[in-house]
Design a protein around this ligand. Structure first.
Ligand SMILES: Cc1cc2nc3c(=O)[nH]c(=O)nc-3n(C[C@H](O)[C@H](O)[C@H](O)COP(=O)(O)O)c2cc1C
Length: 206
């Protein structure tokens, strides 16, 4: 199965980014994958709703890629959601344009992994904090995948960041190729590595 993947990249200062720039570079130019930079396209937040809805119709997988800002995504993603996911298009009795498509978040954090949980300073897991995205996908009849998370991306040594970017590329390719079945990954705290795990399972079987 070949899915078309739309990566909605949202970093308000990509020129200062370490993590998101590296991740975006890893998936730019892949067959069947379109990286769409929202801040570059809409510096004044004037989102072209018809164009964005056309892009959604043309793709099967929607990935929000961004730094984690205030336990969520940068503002343009909220603006995009508010404007693009219209009643009658994305939800409501006749709103079926997104039915069956996949939604996922891919993001970097400043906080450490241990900080995200009931005993950490941020009190909640990232999956709990992503509940609004999860439920938005649900309302739009989409399938919400576990996130790709890079904890403390800016603190990673160069080689580790390159390996993380390669893992991200494999995840995006696996989503494109339909080799990450939802049932096998649904409960993971994050999807990182699932593509690698499935790859090694398959090479053991074959
Ligand atoms: C406005 C703002 C809000 C932030 N909020 C959070 C947050 O809620 N949790 C967190 O772990 N890091 C937070 N950070 C840190 C960023 O997530 C981190 O710097 C970014 O993911 C690094 O990615 P980059 O190299 O692509 O810029 C915040 C940073 C800024 C500027």
């Amino acid at each position: 199965m070949a899915n078309k993947v739309l990566v909605l990249l949202a970093h308000p200062a990509l020129e200062t980014s370490v993590t998101n720039r590296r991740l975006a570079r890893a998936v730019t130019g892949l067959d069947g994958v379109k990286v769409h930079d929202l801040y570059e396209t809409y510096p004044d937040f004037e989102v072209d709703v018809a164009h964005e809805q056309d892009l959604l119709r043309e793709h099967d997988v929607v990935v929000f890629q961004h730094p984690f800002y205030w336990y969520s995504a940068p503002a343009i993603i909220k603006e995009w959601l508010d404007l693009v996911l219209e009643h009658g298009f994305a939800y409501g009795r006749t709103g079926n344009a997104l039915r069956g498509k996949i939604m996922m978040n891919a993001f970097s954090t400043g906080g450490r992994e241990e900080a995200y949980g009931p005993d950490g300073r941020n009190r909640f897991t990232v999956r709990q904090l992503l509940a609004p995205f999860d439920q938005t996908a649900n309302l739009c009849h989409m399938i919400y995948y576990p996130p790709f998370v890079v904890y403390r991306g800016r603190g990673l040594p160069r080689q580790a960041l390159a390996e993380t970017a390669a893992t991200y590329r494999r995840c995006i390719e696996a989503l494109r190729d339909g080799t990450l079945p939802y049932e096998q990954v649904a409960d993971l705290p994050r999807i990182n590595g699932a593509a690698d795990a499935l790859d090694s399972q398959q090479s053991r079987i074959s």
